[in-house]
Design a protein around this ligand. Sequence first.
Ligand SMILES: [Zn+2]
Length: 151
Amino acid sequence: MMFRTHLVFAFLFGLIINSFFSVGNVYLFMIFVLFAAGLPDIDHPGSKYGRKLGIISKAINFVLGHRGIFHSLFFALLLSVIVWYFNQTIGYGIFAGYLSHLIGDGLSKEGINLLYPFTKLEIKGFLRVGGIVENILFIFLLGLSFYVVIF
Ligand SMILES: [Zn+2]
């Protein structure tokens, strides 16, 4: 999934989570949902975060590969719990944003192994990254986001 699709998907996902669970300050929560939406792709030097990290991202990619440990539910949990210990709202936000990224990548043809490295639970979809279907999905989600915010 492209960064912008992850971002709008995370935005809506965060709002849904917020309507079911009490996450604390919703603005703080949503900031970290959006922050974490692209975070797993630090293992990809060509991604938004990867480009900012430069050599660090290249090293992560070289050692761990793309869509490895950084695209695992366990890593999402571990990171969120550590952050949660210091600030619950931020911890929830990071978990929701991170999870939305994993779900989003799970819709792509390449798929992800959600339970990496312990066992194999591959989730895979039909989306070609940057393809026409993803672009339509992006526009749809963007429209939906505006609708939700305005009404
Ligand atoms: Zn990803």
